[in-house]
Design a binder for this molecule. Structure first.
Ligand SMILES: C=C(O[C@@H]1C=C(C(=O)O)C=C[C@H]1O)C(=O)O
Ligand SMILES: NC(=O)CC[C@H](N)C(=O)O
Length: 623
């Protein structure tokens, strides 16, 4: 059947529509309906009708995060008519000559983008604001073609020439039309199974010297591995927030597109939440923002001067089924937007990490935009896609990446016997706390996460876990750091069990009289094997600052025992009766020895009576 599609093509004034092709399907869906704009995710009208919602980036403000505000609404297409068309039939019908875009330009020049990359590395990652950040630029142009014709023509070109897309789509609503081929599912919730699909690591095809060996080197590259694992960690934070069973990872897999090959994982868990709430708690993917996610929004707002519109938001399709609603939500990347004035925009970003090369990131933004720009007629078609290499070698290299990961996140995570202990986990601006709480529950502790600004002066729980967070632990003007300091001092004074992680470990070290300083090179997203009180442990690190001391020494105040690197003096952990702290992230997917270390420290602190009440007065007075 092609009645609906044919009628859209024939009409001069097409009703609002969307055409969606999902990866691996032999058909595509044509959806026609009414447009409703809403302000909040919870207002998306879910009833008997299927709904396709365009969710703008500014929606992160619903989570309390920063974003330049362009007032872009959540645009919902409430579906009234639909048909399924074989892809081949659709391609035959769609406009043959794609609408060519004129006046091609770019909003941020290559040299300006490269300068931004440097600034983000020095001023943000170099100051402890986080591990990875995605900064966007936009290719621009114009057309006087009718929007419906334009996006359907671009759709045809994408269906014919792009490969590996999760969704290839076109949509047209009053004043807002778009066509794209996005590789990445942000989140889906099908019959209670929640899946996320972090993609990171980009191999550009077809450049000089980019041959088979270069591809194998890409697969084996530590930096590429770290980049992918950072976003897996960030999405596991989200999975742990929406799925009581945490989430298991599968992969890594390759995502081959016409001009690029990416690496990816799949994360899966179960949740009973309303799919709109799943979406709210997962806004938005670290692969298009950064980590920690909340602070990444602030970094984006500092370095991007214009609002993002729908870039990095999602296209969310809600499909009613017996007893509930399913959600499938790809990320809005690799998409061209056309507004009512004939302006075309193709936003694109690259993930910036501590070892990013500015020129490489410039090239990466161009390569990512190339698939869409080709469909728009702005670039010649690519000569051909990447050849299939020796599958066994590729699989071996991919599988080997998992040797470095925590077994915990690759297996079912059933809870162990309860310990009759409750924990308050204090969130200091990094959702690693959701993974910590999940691991504590697995270890039998009843754990709950509380944001730092809502934490009571004194917690009644048997254990308080002070969490990680962005920023400089020495900065007394930062209200978050000041409050952490107060809360940690109060807990020490009460003599009750506590564990401090990363930023909180640094604050505790400061209270204990150790010097704190930036590391010579940030360790944002690095796995290291360190000695934690006699046990060699492979642990993931996400820090720019560190405390310094001698291994086996006692801290000047509080008399905590120090585990530190003998050469550099970097402190990995501290412990005393009822108190423990770690610089690394035991909860991270990059910590194969994380869970065992957490269990050991947990047993110690819960067994110990803290002996600090008498001493803490001095620490606070000096601090
Ligand atoms: C940010 C974009 O793409 C994302 C970033 C990637 C990376 O940096 O390696 C890979 C795929 C996407 O998750 C974009 O296309 O704009
Ligand atoms: N993950 C963290 O808690 C990081 C702590 C601190 N912001 C640093 O970069 O060192």
């Amino acid at each position: 059947m092609t009645r609906l599609l044919s009628s859209l093509l024939a009409s001069t004034e097409a009703p609002p529509f969307a055409v969606i092709h999902r990866e691996h399907d032999s058909t595509l869906d044509v959806l026609v309906g009414a447009v409703v704009d809403v302000d909040r995710l919870a207002d998306i009208p879910l009833g008997d009708a299927e709904v396709l919602a365009l969710v703008p980036f500014r929606q992160v403000r619903e989570r309390g995060f920063a974003a330049h505000d362009d007032g872009a609404p959540i645009r919902c297409l409430v579906v009234q008519e639909r048909e399924s068309v074989a892809v081949d039939d659709a391609v035959r019908l769609l406009p043959r000559h794609p609408v060519v875009v004129d006046d091609f330009g770019v909003d941020v020049r290559d040299d300006e983008y490269a300068a931004t990359v440097r600034r983000v590395i020095d001023d943000e990652i170099g100051r402890g604001e986080g591990a990875n950040f995605v900064i966007r630029r936009e290719f621009t142009g114009s057309t006087d073609a009718a929007p419906a014709t334009a996006v359907l023509g671009w759709l045809r070109a994408l269906l014919e020439h792009e490969s590996g897309a999760y969704w290839t789509f076109a949509l047209c609503t009053p004043g807002l039309a778009a066509a794209g081929a996005t590789p990445e599912r942000h989140v889906s919730s099908i019959d209670g199974v929640v899946s996320m699909n972090p993609i990171s690591g980009t191999f550009r095809h077809g450049e000089a010297g980019r041959d088979d060996d270069a591809f194998l080197a890409f697969l084996d590259d530590v930096k590429e591995r770290e980049e992918l694992v950072m976003v897996v960690d960030e999405e596991l934070k989200m999975m742990s927030a929406v799925c009581p069973d945490g989430g298991r990872i599968r992969g890594p897999f390759l995502k081959r597109m016409s001009r690029l090959t990416h690496t990816e994982y799949l994360l899966e868990g179960r949740s009973d939440l309303d799919p709109r709430e799943v979406l709210r708690r997962t806004m938005f993917a670290p692969t298009v923002t950064g980590s920690p996610m909340g602070n990444a929004c602030a970094v984006i707002a500092r370095h991007e001067t214009t609002p993002r519109g729908y870039y990095a938001g999602v296209l969310a399709r809600f499909t009613p089924r017996a007893g509930g609603v399913d959600l499938d939500a790809p990320i809005l990347i690799r998409t061209a937007y056309l507004d009512g004035a004939g302006r075309v925009r193709v936003p694109v970003g690259a993930t910036l990490v501590r070892h990013s090369d500015p020129a490489g990131e410039v090239a990466e933004t161009r390569a990512k935009a190339a698939g869409v720009l080709t469909a728009l007629g702005a670039l010649p078609r690519s000569a051909g896609s990447h050849r299939d290499l020796d599958a066994v070698r590729v699989d071996t290299l991919l599988d080997a990446r998992n040797d470095h990961l925590a077994a915990f996140w690759r297996a079912p995570q059933a809870a162990r016997a309860p310990r009759r202990a409750r924990a308050m986990v204090i969130d200091a601006g990094d959702d690693f706390t959701t993974m910590l709480a999940h691991q504590l529950r697995h270890l039998g502790v009843d754990a709950e996460v509380v944001p730092w600004h809502a934490a009571p002066d004194e917690a009644s729980e048997e254990l308080v876990v002070f969490g990680p967070g962005p920023g400089d632990p020495r900065d007394p003007a930062d209200p978050r750091v000041a409050r952490l300091r107060e809360l940690i001092a109060t807990r020490l004074a009460a003599g009750r069990p506590m564990l401090a992680v990363c930023l909180s470990h640094q604050v505790l070290a400061d209270l204990a009289g150790l010097p704190i300083a930036p590391l010579p090179v940030p360790r944002q997203g690095v796995q290291l094997e360190v000695d934690i009180f006699g046990a060699r442990s492979a642990i993931g690190f996400y820090n720019t600052f560190a405390a310094f001391g001698r291994p086996g020494s006692e801290t000047p105040r509080l008399g905590l025992e120090v585990a530190a690197d003998a050469t550099t003096g970097v402190v990995h952990a501290m412990r005393g009766s009822g108190v423990a702290s770690v610089q690394g992230h035991l909860e991270s997917v990059t910590s194969p020895d994380g869970l065992a270390t957490l269990e050991r420290l947990l047993n110690d602190v819960l067994a110990g009576e803290s002996r600090f009440p008498a001493m803490i007065g001095t620490a606070c007075a000096d601090g």
